[in-house]
Ligand binder design. Structure first.
Ligand SMILES: [Fe+2]
Ligand SMILES: [Fe+2]
Length: 263
């Protein structure tokens, strides 16, 4: 029987200057329930170094590996590099187009970007500013593709902030769909047959969806989880089976949602 690795995931923590002591119990509980903790961006509220320092302190009791991507809020004050450094110094792995491997699972992380979904996605046409906007989405998708190419031989998780499919955004106002994600992120996920996709950013979206080839996508936005599961803490658990023989069993490595912990 294949070994299973349990992952805890949440996003949109929006750690602010007043968050001291409020996130620690949640993060400790999530980490106790799993072998690995994933944070899907908007780690801070205004992208301030002081907020990152508070989050780092809230994570000090966590004893499992913590892997994160930044979200749009983490860029608000133009200090994303400083945030990365503060969090990295406290032992958190921040991915931005790169990968890490832990417990036999490869994790590729990017923030992602907007632009919309499917046939209505914004195309690089017309004004230079529009082309620049689309370029950012294309660049994030290329970063994800490059990262996934490096971990194609193991069960893999794509850790994003922005949504790669429209399904997990549904419930948000239609007018803001293009700012919540991009189908361009879905292409590399399908190409490399990622085992599990985690994102946040759509606070009012849907919990789960699938890519066009059936890869499971989970929106782990904290506000969404809090509203959806009033009786349990706002994080999700996933079981990822490790293959016995890499390439054959990898096809069977389907991530399942694990039983939630008691509140
Ligand atoms: Fe957010
Ligand atoms: Fe966000």
């Amino acid at each position: 029987m294949a070994k299973v690795v349990r992952i805890a995931a949440l996003g949109d923590l929006h750690c602010s200057k007043s968050s001291q002591g409020t996130l620690q119990p949640l993060l400790a509980k999530a980490a106790e329930s799993a072998e690995l903790l994933l944070l899907a961006g908007d780690l801070t509220d205004y992208g301030l170094p002081d907020e990152a320092k508070i989050l780092a302190r809230e994570l000090t009791s966590v004893r499992v590996p913590v892997v994160a991507v930044l979200g749009n809020h983490d860029y608000e004050s133009g200090k994303a590099d400083e945030l990365r450094q503060i969090l990295a110094e406290s032992g958190i792995t921040i991915l931005d187009g790169d990968t890490c491997e832990t417990h036999g699972i490869g994790i590729a992380g990017v923030k992602g970007f907007g632009g919309g979904f499917g046939q209505r996605a914004l195309a690089p046409w017309g004004e230079a500013t529009i082309k620049q906007f689309v370029r950012e989405a294309v660049d994030e998708a290329l970063k994800l593709e490059t990262a996934l190419a490096r971990i194609s031989s193991v069960p893999s998780v794509a850790l994003l902030h922005y949504a790669p499919i429209a399904q997990t955004v549904e419930g948000e106002p239609l007018e803001i769909y293009p700012f919540l994600g991009s189908s361009r992120l879905e292409e590399p996920i399908n190409t490399y047959r990622v085992t599990l996709v985690i994102h946040s950013h759509a606070h009012r979206g849907q919990l789960e969806g699938k890519t066009t080839i059936g890869i499971p996508v989970y929106n782990v936005s904290m506000p969404l989880l809090s509203r959806s599961f009033a009786d349990r803490p706002p994080f999700r658990l996933f079981d990822v089976p490790l293959p016995l023989v890499n390439d054959i069993a990898r096809e069977q490595a389907i991530a399942h949602e694990a039983a939630p912990p008691p509140a």
